[in-house]
Design a protein around this ligand. Structure first.
Ligand code: ATP
Ligand code: MG
Length: 362
């Protein structure tokens, strides 16, 4: 009945900001009709999980004042979201479900019964087995999320008469954004080639997630427990500022002193402390990337893309590029995405995941 014009509402609850977009897809283009970025109350979301249901209930109520909807897609981002790809011989649907459960169970810290497990076929191919016989194979992407994590959200949604139409995970949304039909993020690299092995880094407040694609398919997803909050903490300590003032100092400073040769004493302390945090985060990202490169077929990562609020820190992409020695850029524009009433171009960094959540899998 709604065809291509059906309005989809996507929610992404971070520890610092809660995001909501309402959009529809027409052909390859995403039309965002409405969006909101609201501050998440302190300690209400931790590692993508609801830590304070009452506070988050208020956030949802505020969203619903600005947007009429009866259902929404929920985008989950947590270190407790487990993703992996694996290969299995082609089999019947029922058998496949059991096999996937088994494959995922070996990665989970708790019994598989405590998780919602889902899977999609990302490729089909033929393989010659040891006896020289041709075997039809599936390449699959499995995802597992703890039932408690999901149910905590479902409870709050239902208290506000909101149905969760689809539960998706952030890395999945990012994969759709980077590989979807609209070339939303230009993947051009040198010599007219396109990036096929790429790292998507979502630099959040408490966490930074690294999603690596090989041949534009998921290779690995990791959550690192560092983010923009660590930089605010350093600024607050080094400049002896209350936390909120340090946070706005971070938003309004151009970080130009990081490039300066001559610094005053305070700048020099800040420089040392901030580069220490940049260094720690970048080192962890680098470890994940080095692992990928050693395991990948081409032994190469083409490009790193940054998004999330933390990507707005001036100089962060240059720092990562210099350290890891791989071209790095911030996702600051999106092709074939029209955002009605975009209040500030920096909002793209916050909304990119939600936009990916609207896109249909190709
Ligand atoms: N202009 C800016 N300059 C520097 N940092 C910024 C800017 N705007 C936002 N940030 C930082 O971005 C982070 C918030 O980004 P984002 O909304 O992506 O995080 P989140 O999704 O709430 O966090 P998480 O995913 O870790 O739970 C905060 O640390 C904030 O200080
Ligand atoms: Mg986030």
């Amino acid at each position: 009945m709604f065809g291509n014009n059906h309005l989809i509402t996507v929610f992404d609850f971070g520890s610092k900001n809660s995001k909501m977009i309402q959009a529809h897809m027409k052909d390859k283009t995403v039309h965002v009709e409405n969006y909101e970025i609201l501050p998440t109350p302190e300690d209400a979301v931790k590692d993508g999980k609801i830590a304070d249901a009452n506070k988050m209930g208020n956030v949802i109520a505020n969203f619903l004042k600005k947007a009429k909807t009866k259902d929404g897609r929920l985008l989950l981002a947590s270190s407790e979201v487990v993703l992996r790809t694996f290969d299995l011989p082609k089999m019947e649907h029922g058998e496949l479900k059991e096999a996937i459960k088994y494959e995922m169970s070996v990665l989970l810290p708790e019994r598989v019964e405590n998780y919602v497990v889902d899977c999609s076929i990302i490729d089909e191919y033929d393989k010659i087995d040891e006896e020289g016989k041709e075997v039809k194979m599936y390449q699959l992407q499995g995802v597992a999320v703890s039932k408690k994590l999901v149910n905590d959200y479902l409870d709050i949604f239902s208290k506000h008469n909101l149905k969760v139409a689809i539960v998706d995970v952030q890395p999945n949304a990012e994969i759709k954004l980077f590989t979807g039909p609209g070339a939303y993020v230009p993947l051009d690299i040198d010599n007219g080639a396109k990036a096929e092995n790429l790292a998507i880094i979502d630099f959040g407040h408490q966490k930074t997630s690294v999603t690596i694609l090989e041949d534009k398919k998921l290779f690995l997803h990791r959550t690192l427990h560092q983010g923009g909050r660590d930089i605010t903490n350093i600024i607050s300590e080094a400049l002896d500022l209350p936390w909120d003032e340090a946070e706005s100092w971070k938003h309004n400073n151009d970080f130009a002193f990081l490039q300066k040769n001559a610094m005053n004493e305070v700048e020099s302390i800040l420089y040392d402390e901030i580069t220490k945090v940049f260094h720690d985060i970048t080192m962890e990202i680098n470890q994940v990337i080095e692992f990928f490169i050693s395991m990948s077929k081409r032994k190469k990562l083409d490009q790193i893309y940054l998004l999330g609020g933390g990507s707005l820190i001036p100089g962060i992409s240059e720092y990562i590029q210099r350290y890891i020695n791989i071209p790095t850029e911030v996702v600051s524009t999106l092709n074939n995405v029209n955002i009605k009433g975009l209040k500030d171009p920096t909002h793209i960094a916050f909304l990119a995941d939600c936009v990916g959540g609207v896109i249909r899998r190709v």
